[in-house]
Design a protein around this ligand. Structure first.
Ligand SMILES: [Zn+2]
Length: 164
């Protein structure tokens, strides 16, 4: 999934949770949700640098969700904001769940190599072969992502929630 899809989904889910539970999510909480929702794809950097097939492994696992909680907990504890760290984990977890819609899935229980997706399990970890067809599909998704981002930012702008 592309960045804006992750951001829009976590925004919708958190807004619903906020309405239903009547908990007011702080600005820091929102920032942590968004940052957490984007962070797992940081593994692309390591793929580009090392050219090794590590995308959707460690950073897309329960280990990373839990590690993210503890790291943010100990950092935020310095400022007595440790309760906010749960939002960071929720953000990461939302990314993981969304990516499970894309075959062949991800290593949910990394370092165990089985890939989990909503379409089933597989033990084959194959780097996707880039063809004209897959590039075409990527470009379509990217355009969808851009449109989604523009719609979302426009909505926030017209609601007066952001100013340029
Ligand atoms: Zn991802």
């Amino acid at each position: 999934m592309f960045p804006f899809e992750h951001l829009v989904v976590i925004w919708i889910v958190a807004s619903i949770i906020q309405k239903v539970s009547k908990i007011k999510i702080s600005r820091l909480g929102w920032a942590l949700l968004f940052f957490g929702a984007l962070l797992p794809d940081v593994d692309y950097l390591f793929v580009w640098i090392s050219n090794s097939p590590i995308h959707r492994t460690f950073t897309h696992s329960f280990v990373f969700v839990i590690l993210g909680f503890f790291v943010s907990y100990f950092i935020l504890k310095q400022y007595k904001l440790e309760k906010e760290s749960i939002f960071f984990s929720i953000g990461i977890f939302s990314h993981v769940i969304l990516d499970m819609f894309i075959f062949p899935g991800l290593m949910l229980f990394w370092p165990i190599g089985t890939l989990f997706s909503f379409y089933g399990l597989t033990n084959l970890f194959v780097m996707p072969v880039v063809t004209i067809g897959t590039l075409h599909l990527y470009v379509k998704w990217l355009l969808f992502d851009i449109v989604l981002g523009v719609v979302w930012l426009s909505y926030l702008y017209f609601k007066g929630k952001i100013n340029f």
